[in-house]
Design a protein around this ligand. Structure first.
Ligand SMILES: *Cc1c(COP(=O)(O)O)cnc(C)c1O
Length: 379
């Protein structure tokens, strides 16, 4: 069994995909070909924002947003403690200080209460200027924007939605990647909408920020690439990846997103009596970048992972460390209070194989291995 079966996905769209790729090879317009603009238009419309700017990967997308806002030395950027490294790496690379905030135990997403306490603490300490909240749509479920946005507004901050795992999710019909002042996503192959290499995108309603970001991702270009008005970077989605994404996006909308939600339902119904299954908030829709269960303790989690492995089933620990525990942030990041939920989760979480091409039998096989682990009194 595959953790995320990209070969099965390719088989499901092979003819179309081969044709799309051959089209780009035939024209050989590898950079800024027609597919790039076509994709940006389609993604912006789907998400429901004015601008989509594609770029090299989801990490660059975050950095481009922070650069457009001029985030740097002396600034505090609030980041969930339980997320992928890039959410905190990018503010640190801009010279800002990442401030790590605990998450909610049930949703894995940043806790709005802990966020407000962290902002107050940074203000009362008086050393840093609070500027940005990075809210991550972890494992596919949008962060709790209904409670995050009031905090962001109360303290005059900017909201950066890291939707690398969230593309396709929504809250009451409003789509992920539309909640931030700027939002970003990643097209890394294993993400909900992935390409065949690295890719990413930035979304915003702001004409001004969109213009700056379009410049920053081509060496801070002005009138053209050889007239440079900002210090930028080279970060573009190439034509081949855009062509791949146009094909995949059609399948994503037509059935993949629906299907992966069905797989999540099968998992939940077979596993809910055995382990903690992910809680999706009322009115929220997940794109299921991961299906992450929570065991009772570390011993149970490690026992279950071993039983799965013995049955030929891959699983992953997302995430084994809090951000504040990453050596790279020692002396660079701040943790205003103990992130007890992160510390709880990192010992107990396990992400199971998850993708739209899993059949009911695959899901049953995983659940049976979990039952066997329970039967062996691993718990
Ligand atoms: C994958 C990921 C990123 C980075 O995306 P890349 O395309 O791999 O650079 C950023 N944030 C989160 C939460 C991610 O999962």
């Amino acid at each position: 069994m595959e953790f995320r079966d990209l070969r099965r996905q390719y088989k499901a769209m092979q003819e179309e995909m081969d044709h799309a790729v051959a089209g780009v090879l035939g024209r050989s317009d590898f950079i800024s070909g027609q597919e790039v603009q076509a994709l940006e238009d389609k993604l912006a419309e789907y998400v429901g924002v004015k601008h989509c700017i594609t770029c090299g990967n989801g990490t660059d997308a975050l950095e481009l947003a922070l650069m457009a806002w001029g985030i740097g030395e002396g600034d505090a950027v609030f980041v969930p403690d339980f997320t992928f490294f890039a959410s905190g790496e990018t503010p640190a690379n801009c010279g800002a200080v990442p401030v790590f905030v605990d998450v909610d135990r049930d949703t894995f997403n940043i806790s709005p209460e802990a966020l407000e306490r962290a902002v107050k603490k940074i203000i009362s300490d008086g050393q840093l200027k609070p500027r940005v909240v990075v809210a991550v749509d972890l494992f596919g479920q949008p962060a709790d924007y209904g409670r995050i946005i009031p905090v962001v507004q109360k303290y005059g901050l900017l909201l950066l939605e890291d939707g690398a795992q969230g593309f396709g999710g929504d809250i009451a019909g409003r789509r992920a990647c539309s909640f931030g002042d700027i939002s970003t996503t990643s097209f890394f192959p294993a993400k909900p909408l992935g390409c065949y290499g690295d890719g990413g995108a930035v979304f915003t309603d702001s004409d001004d920020w969109a213009e700056v970001i379009r410049s920053l991702c081509v060496h801070g270009k002005g009138k053209n690439k050889y007239d440079n008005v900002h210090l930028g970077m080279n970060s573009r989605l190439d034509t081949l990846q855009a062509a791949v994404l146009l094909v995949k996006f059609r399948h994503f909308q037509e059935y993949e997103l629906r299907q992966v939600n069905k797989v999540a339902e099968w998992y939940a119904s077979l596993l809910e009596d055995i382990v903690g299954v992910p809680a999706i908030q009322e009115g929220f829709y997940s794109s299921w970048a991961q299906f992450t269960i929570v065991c009772r303790d570390r011993r149970e989690r490690d026992g279950l992972q071993q039983e799965l492995k013995d049955s030929g089933i891959p699983s992953m620990i997302y995430y084994a460390k809090g951000m504040h525990e990453q050596k790279a942030f020692f002396g660079r990041g701040i943790v205003p209070e103990i992130c007890s939920n992160t510390l709880y989760l990192k010992e107990r979480v396990l992400s199971l194989p998850m993708h739209p091409y899993m059949g009911r039998d695959d899901v049953r096989k995983v659940a049976e291995a979990a039952q066997r682990a329970g039967g062996k009194r691993i718990w």
